[in-house]
Design a protein around this ligand. Sequence first.
Ligand code: GLN
Length: 543
Amino acid sequence: MARFIFITGGVVSSLGKGLAGAALASLLQARGYKVRLRKLDPYINVDPGTMNPYEHGECYVTDDGAETDLDLGHYERFTGVPSKQTDNVTTGRIYQTVIRKERRGDYLGGTVQVIPHITNAIKEFATSNLEDEDFVLVEIGGTVGDIEGLPFLEAIRQLGYELKNDAIFIHLTLVPYIAAAGELKTKPTQHSVKELRSIGIQPDILLCRSEQPIPAGQRRKIGLFCNVPEEAVIQALDVRSIYEVPLSYHEEGFDEQVLKAFGIEDAPEPDLSKWQEIVERVLQPEGEVNIAVVGKYIELQDAYKSLSESLIHGGIANKVKVNIKWFESETFEDDEVNPAHELENVHAILVPGGFGERGAEGKIKAAQYARENMIPYFGICYGMQMAVIEGCRNLAGMPNAGTSEFGCYDPNVVGLMTEWTRGNETEIRSEDGDLGGTMRLGAYPCDLVEDSQVREIYGTDHIDERHRHRFEVNIAYKDVLEKVGYKFSGLSPHGDLPEIVELIDHPWFIGVQFHPELKSKPFDPHPLFKSFIEAAVSKSRLV
Ligand code: GLN
């Protein structure tokens, strides 16, 4: 039976609960334990798939096709354990399950209530679909005191009571520095723990985010008022790179306190060499490159979380620092704006995934600029579709080419996908169906064509990558585009869906229909990102 670690947050949001959980899991893993991370989100959307990135940041897609919270991306990047559909749940999904059961008559005769029906469904979710994990870390979204979080907190309180010594509670708080007083303040932490205890949860460990080291006296005070041993009040100071978090937590004794709270005395020592090497590469790079990301949600970098991490991973692989320069794609639509001027010190251009017409013409211009000026270009999903439209318009004699996502173009070289296959199954979508959960989602196989650049990069002829899109490049345009210098170098096993398009006479111009950024890890950088950054390094040596 697995041991459970419940992680709640207090005082303010955005303290990095997801990262804290991911880092703790990686430390337990470094000691040889098998871990799984889960997230319970109190909002009412059934999943974050229909939310705008401005609302929620990136939507992270799992192999089994779930659209989940971006924290699951941190979990995978830190542990390498692929997340599953059953690792993220929301209030919406919990209610959906309970209401379906009610309609079916499963509770016939009874009144269906938050307690016990909703809390039971939450408990069942948190504890089922496990294999032989030693530790399951369950993060509760939001902040203690939120009305919508209450059923989740009640559910984990009950689990703590039932699991006895096999469950612990970690509370993440903030210890702010008040400049006027010249002091760190412990009161917000005291209040947050008081709130937690009023609903019956006594934290075992407090993880205190702080900009300054917390003096022993303050830690003692927090421990005393919050009923937590002083050594279990862990300071979590800001670090230079997120990949330094596991090492810094270990130094503060976080994993040791977790084991102690479970009464585990014979835990193996952790092997942290992997993290030491990553941190060394991140903090002592041998050079640097500038990468332009031309997107639409650039004010909120959480919208491109996996992407920016993957670029950093590419940098780790090449021992260089990657400076990401964010560009609002609409800038390039202005005829007054000269892309050469804007992109002067840039060594490679990446156009990431996106939805809708706004900013699309700017992305098309960025692809054209990269193609004509031999600048490495990486088009991901929408970025591939835009590169194909650009090729059709400017090389293949179709000046009005477009995608049905913008409306009616002549011709629409990218169109709505109504049918696609996974294994022996055909998945079908009707054109006027629901928007939620009707995309091609999750891992699909792709065959790489002989003598292609991607085959060399991957070092194999068959890959699996994760998808999240409604439209696809129409295979009918393969021949015309191949005549003008493109190669359809990755295809779905039936050969009907173009998954990768590359340009032949160009140092690095690759568009992929899938999202490789969802599978990259600091200790296992994705081959495409590794190769893309390598191409940027070569470019930087030329200029
Ligand atoms: N909007 C495009 C589609 O649905 C691309 C999606 C994406 O980039 N993830 O096909």
